[in-house]
Design a protein. Structure first.
Length: 456
């Protein structure tokens, strides 16, 4: 761990944007100054100087929704490969989901994943425990300082972790409320999906074209489940974060526009895929963009984009879910759902900044500040004195094309292939360590376990 000063960068933090300097000492942000403020040359004479002129210096990006596939599914991805992709993408922290093999629904399984991350993860990490119909005792036994919240599948998706008993749902929401934990919920009604699949297969055959995916995993299925989750949250007082929201109807039914920085009891995540694609893209990308919930109409995409700035959306995640390319063959029934996105999420969202859809200050709020606020992350998510030096440096006006050769995820493909991005991730700094420096990765750096403080 080195001591250094980042100078001349455009610092974006907490709604402000100014040219300044950061002093990092022993992995902690010691001092923040505007460039017209001189630093004590004697005190910092042994510090390395990092020139960030022309670049933007932002808090390290926190991806609160990834599937790194380890243990048990490592033919698709693993912690080492996907944390490497995260570092290339400017991501300094991630929360991994519980639908691995074994599922993270017991203390033994949680400890196994934590040990794997200590050994392999290049960036900071935490793991969601998963709720089931009958593991409430496990959920209540966990030290809440080491978990971001509880992952709840209120719809059948990859991993077969559906919680479908009303009594179990009430207990899970009550427990989360008691312990101050956020429930991060996948909301799709399985009965509606199954009925839609049966009807579509009767009309179109055993593997309908992927264009039918948003008809099968429909707006109605999302609305029914999201409204139930919101009702349970209001009834119990639990905090609810609805993952990968995909419809304008859900936004309008549950979330009101707001200019307040205070996060409401019920919040929403938008994913990069739902912000960038709509059902017209199935024609060219096919099952590569098949995910759950499905990518839907252009009007849904536009509503989500609008929600980034009007306060309806609180966080941007990736739902990074790698599959081998052969597992993505087929249609709405047979192709697996999910796509790798973590390496390209920040450049993609910066492209929305270039288009005027999003400001860079709001991007930082959605991808760093709000994840830290919402989940109670200790000492990360902001550029503040005394905080961990988790920092991402990005360079604008530096066009590059996504090619197969630059993809770092183990699966080796991306729905972003062929796109040109105008921003490059230059440096990714975790805990004061350069995991990525001038685009070159250090495999020797290891991330830290994220700690939480859940206010009740």
């Amino acid at each position: 761990m080195s001591n250094f000063i980042i100078k001349n960068g455009n610092i974006v933090n907490e709604g402000r944007h100014f040219v300044g300097s950061l002093v990092v000492t022993d992995g902690i942000i010691e001092k923040i100054t505007a460039n017209n403020c001189e630093l004590d040359a004697g005190k910092y004479k042994d510090y390395e100087t990092i020139d960030a002129k022309g670049c933007y210096v932002i808090p390290g990006i926190i991806d609160t929704h990834v599937h790194f596939r380890e243990p048990g599914l490592t033919h698709k991805a693993d912690i080492a490969s996907e944390s490497r992709a995260a570092a290339y993408g400017g991501i300094t922290s991630y929360f991994d989901m519980p639908n691995t093999n074994p599922q993270t629904t017991s203390l033994e399984a949680l400890r196994e994943k934590q040990e794997l991350a200590r050994e392999k993860s290049l960036v900071n990490w935490a793991f969601f425990p998963g709720a089931t119909n009958d593991n409430i005792d496990f959920l209540e036994s966990i030290d809440t300082n080491e978990i971001p919240g509880i992952k709840l599948f209120m719809g059948s998706s990859t991993g077969n972790m559906l919680v479908d008993k009303y009594g179990s749902l009430i207990k899970i929401f009550q427990s989360a409320a008691k312990n101050g934990l956020v429930i991060m919920a996948h909301c799709e009604d399985t009965e509606i999906i199954n009925a839609n699949m049966k009807k579509t297969k009767e009309q179109m055959g055993d593997d309908p074209d992927v264009m039918f995916h948003p008809i099968i995993r429909s707006e109605e299925a999302c609305m029914e489940s999201s409204c139930l989750a919101a009702s349970l949250a209001r009834q119990t007082g639990a905090r609810l974060h609805i993952a990968h929201i995909s419809t304008e109807a859900e936004l309008n039914a549950i979330f009101s526009p707001t200019e307040s920085d205070d996060l409401p009891q019920i919040t929403a995540e938008a994913t990069v895929a739902h912000l960038m694609f709509d059902n017209n893209d199935y024609r060219t990308l096919g099952a590569r963009i098949k995910c759950n919930p499905a990518i839907k109409k252009p009007s849904d995409k536009e509503a989500l984009r609008k929600g980034l700035m009007n306060g309806q959306i609180s966080t941007i995640g990736t739902d990074h879910a790698p599959h081998c390319i052969e597992e993505k063959q087929g249609g709405a029934a047979k192709a697996m759902s999910g796509m790798p996105m973590i390496q390209f999420s920040l450049p993609t969202m910066l492209s929305l900044v270039d288009e005027g859809i999003l400001t860079i200050e709001k991007l930082v709020t959605l991808m760093a500040h709000n994840p830290a606020r919402l989940f109670g992350i200790i000492g990360r998510g902001f550029i503040r004195e005394g905080y961990k030096a988790d920092i991402t440096i990005v360079k604008p006006q530096s066009p590059w094309i996504v090619t197969k050769e630059c993809i770092k995820s183990k699966c080796g493909w991306s729905p972003m292939e062929g796109r040109t991005f105008n921003w490059q991730v230059r440096d990714t700094i975790c805990n004061g360590n350069f995991v990525l420096r001038n685009g070159i990765l250090s495999e020797n750096i290891k991330g830290e376990q994220i700690q939480f403080n859940h206010s009740k």
